[in-house]
Design a protein around this ligand. Structure first.
Ligand code: MF3
Ligand code: CO
Length: 237
């Protein structure tokens, strides 16, 4: 059922890839996600989660996560927008995020997006039996910092299943937190959230949108994976 949820997440990103252009609003993104979820008979699980008011999170430029879609937020050439979506199929979840370029973006923004994605793939090289959670965390942190970028401290990846957020927390940097051995059947959302500047964040007065304090650009790349006996299965890619 998580795989079925993952298929809809993939479809959503394909459609967003054609939709996202200068001139559209972040509400247009939310509308398309709602429409696809209705058609596919699944639930956009972010809506109502802890009171979250929309079907997807759209975070633009210095917004790190949890940006709320709005008809007033018009995307312009050069922006980057992360689209973070959770699909619920019969009570089971798949969670993923992509940061899209709006038209032509700066070389730095491109490198930031590439680094978030690369950090995910470097991290999941350790997503198999024989390793522990912290091996994933370390690989993500090292990949990001080698580019001179920072890893956000205040949000983490997580276990996922019949709930969007399950144990364990998966910080994108080395911590002294829980460090389980990785075992087949574990389902995890691995999600580097990174900035071109410092990792400090503020929350805006809407109580949701997290922005970088120094105004630097942020990028976010996420997939839901399954630990197997061998390479992990990525159900949202
Ligand atoms: N999808 C986010 C994550 O990657 C969580 C969004 S919180 C919500 O974990 F309230 F917007 F749902
Ligand atoms: Co997540």
């Amino acid at each position: 059922m998580m795989r079925e949820a993952g298929k809809v997440v993939k479809l959503i990103f394909e459609e967003l890839n054609s939709l996202i252009k200068p001139g559209i609003s972040t509400k247009d993104i939310d509308d398309l996600v709602e429409k696809i979820c209705k058609e596919k008979n699944v639930i956009a699980a972010e809506k109502g989660y802890s009171g979250y008011p929309a079907s997807i999170c759209t975070s633009v430029n210095d917004e790190v996560v949890h940006g709320i879609p709005s008809p007033k937020r018009i995307l312009r050439e050069g922006d980057i927008v992360s689209c973070d979506v959770v699909v619920d199929y019969k009570g089971y979840m798949a969670d993923a995020c992509r940061t899209f370029a709006v038209g032509k973006i700066s070389d730095e923004a491109k490198r930031l997006n590439e680094t978030a994605e690369k950090a995910f793939f470097e991290g999941i090289k350790f997503a198999k039996p024989g390793y522990r959670l912290r091996d994933i965390q370390r690989a993500i942190q090292e990949t990001v910092e080698a580019e001179g970028f920072s890893v956000i401290r205040d949000f983490t990846g997580h276990g996922i299943g019949s709930k969007m957020h399950e144990d364990p927390m998966i910080p994108n940097y080395v911590t002294k937190s829980e460090n389980p051995r990785l075992k087949p059947g574990m389902t995890l959302a691995i999600e580097p959230m990174i900035t071109a500047g410092d990792y400090e964040i503020d929350i805006l007065l809407d109580d949701w949108t997290a922005v970088t304090v120094d105004g630097s650009l942020a990028s976010h790349y996420e997939n839901t994976i399954v630990i197997t006996n061998d390479e992990p299965e990525i159900i949202t890619l």
